[in-house]
Design a protein around this ligand. Structure first.
Ligand code: ADE
Ligand code: ZN
Length: 352
């Protein structure tokens, strides 16, 4: 089901408001057209005849059914320039959606397992970030994710490979198949990353239970939770998230596509926001789930009936939950306030 906002003023506000994107997998921004272009450039065979038949395969029943296709799509990435081109395309999109700051996830094991050097991955992505900052003024950082279906030893090896480029990523995440791979499987490697001064996040409570969110907080000591929508099942957890202002990076269209919620109208984001949890809106894997961040905002608001007050709170949460200094956050919130005033929604600021 796809939703459109009937109110053009609210639609314009959602589009124009400054925001941060804190949950986007760069491999999930690989559009089918770019997959085919890179396949040709790199002479990689794809098990799909053309762009249309690849798109037709994007009918997912759960997280695993998506991941199988997502890892196949990433197989066309071989050289530093491929990683650069992919990130450059995403950042151009993010700028047009008024994203001021993006913290981009990447999955190095997906590439190093195919013989791609770690330096090609990180240098390509990092150069795209620096060029986007220079060309468009967007702020952009990288978060290296461990694949949780692989072993902790593999995560340690991956970290060691990335250490010569330690200054090029700011944090560590945990993604891939959640069920059966609880956060505590990675307790030691996360403890080591914390000692290295890296920021820590983890996917938890997407398909997995609220217990995985507790474990991500207490065992891994993460600073934000990616997804976290299953926390809603656990009142004590909800109270803790609200009290400690732990941000959740929620991805509405992803949740609908992967059947976490059968329909956007049933999404629990409005209730989580009402309960005082620092929820944010993000795109996850926009090339696969039917939309970038502004599309997530528009469809979510159309499906749930939220208004300008919630728009302000969500954008503000995103700008305040980034891993940047307080002065930059303050300047970004000022830009947000100015946008709401300019669009005639000043009342939403005071209500927030
Ligand atoms: N990798 C890319 N997208 C993901 C998601 N939604 N959950 C877990 N791992 C992912
Ligand atoms: Zn994700």
């Amino acid at each position: 089901m796809s939703y459109r906002l009937p109110d053009p003023a609210l639609a314009a506000l959602l589009r124009d408001m400054p925001k941060a994107e804190l949950h986007v997998h760069i491999e999930g921004t690989l559009e089918p057209e770019l997959i085919f272009a890179l396949a040709e450039r790199n002479q990689v065979d794809l098990p799909y005849a053309d762009v249309a038949s690849l798109r037709e395969a994007y009918a997912f029943s759960d997280l695993q059914s998506f991941l199988d296709i997502y890892y196949a799509g990433a197989s066309v990435l071989l050289h530093e320039q491929d990683f650069y081109d992919m990130a450059r395309a995403y950042l151009a999109r993010a700028v047009s959606d008024h994203v001021l700051h993006a913290e981009i996830f990447f999955d190095p094991q997906t590439h190093t397992a195919r013989g791609v050097p770690m330096a090609s991955v990180i240098n390509g992505l990092y150069r795209a970030c620096r060029d986007a900052e220079r060309d468009w003024g967007i702020s952009c950082t990288l978060i290296l994710c461990f694949l949780r279906h692989l072993s902790e030893d593999d995560a340690f090896r991956t970290l060691a490979q990335a250490m010569p480029l330690r200054d090029r990523f700011i944090g560590i995440g945990l993604d891939s198949s959640e069920l059966g791979h609880p956060p505590e499987k990675f307790a030691r490697v996360f403890a080591h990353c914390r000692e290295l001064g890296l920021h820590l996040v983890a996917h938890a409570g997407e398909e997995g239970p609220a217990a995985y969110v507790w474990s991500a907080l207490d065992t891994l000591q993460v600073e934000r939770i990616d997804h976290g929508v299953q926390a809603h099942q656990d009142e004590a957890l909800m109270q803790r998230l609200a009290r400690e202002r732990i941000a959740l990076t929620v991805c509405p269209l992803s949740n609908q596509k992967l059947q976490v919620f059968p329909d956007l109208a049933l999404h629990n984001l409005p209730q989580m926001l009402d309960a005082g949890v620092a929820v944010t809106v993000n795109s996850d894997d926009p090339a696969y789930f039917g939309g970038y961040i502004n599309e997530n905002f528009e469809q979510l608001f159309a499906a749930t009936g939220m208004g300008p007050r919630q728009a302000y709170q969500l954008a503000r949460n995103s700008l305040e939950a980034g891993f940047v200094g307080e002065a930059r956050k303050k300047a970004w919130v000022q830009q947000l306030d100015d946008c709401f005033v300019r669009n005639g929604f000043a009342a939403a600021i005071d209500a927030g």
